[in-house]
Ligand binder design. Structure first.
Ligand SMILES: [Zn+2]
Length: 134
């Protein structure tokens, strides 16, 4: 992630410099010596601004439900995400399932939409309604 953050900062910086150059036609308005000073000055200013950007490197509370996770700590229950098959985002506790899905499995003997490793069910395992997956 460190590498991505650094690339992002580099790209942001370059974009700002490019836009300023274009907007003020810097290169044609300054002689080459001034231009170097200008670039140094802007680089320092942009660096100062960029240090105020805080990347959230802490553990994310939200995991996109569209992406099937390969993390072994994540519950493998398939969930209904507005006609899309998604994966439960909670941490697994038992049987590779989170507390909620594990309780559902114990109570009903099956999961409502099976697990992410099973083929898409044609019918809701609880209501028996036909499922339209998109
Ligand atoms: Zn779950």
């Amino acid at each position: 992630m460190e590498k991505i953050h650094n690339l992002m900062l580099k790209k942001i910086k370059q974009t700002i410099l490019d836009e300023l150059n274009e907007e003020y036609d810097i290169f044609n308005n300054l002689c080459s010596i001034d231009y170097k000073d200008y670039i140094n000055f802007m680089n320092n200013n942009i660096d100062t601004e960029l240090t105020s950007i805080k990347f959230n490197t802490s553990k994310k509370k939200y995991v996109s439900r569209d992406i099937l996770s390969t993390h072994t700590h994540q519950c493998i229950a398939r969930i209904w995400n507005n006609h899309k098959a998604s994966q439960c985002s909670r941490q697994c506790k038992e049987n590779k399932l989170c507390g909620i899905h594990n309780n559902m499995l114990k109570k009903y003997g099956k999961l409502r939409f099976d697990t992410i490793h099973d083929p898409l069910p044609m019918y809701d395992n609880y209501t028996n309604n036909k499922l339209w997956w998109f």
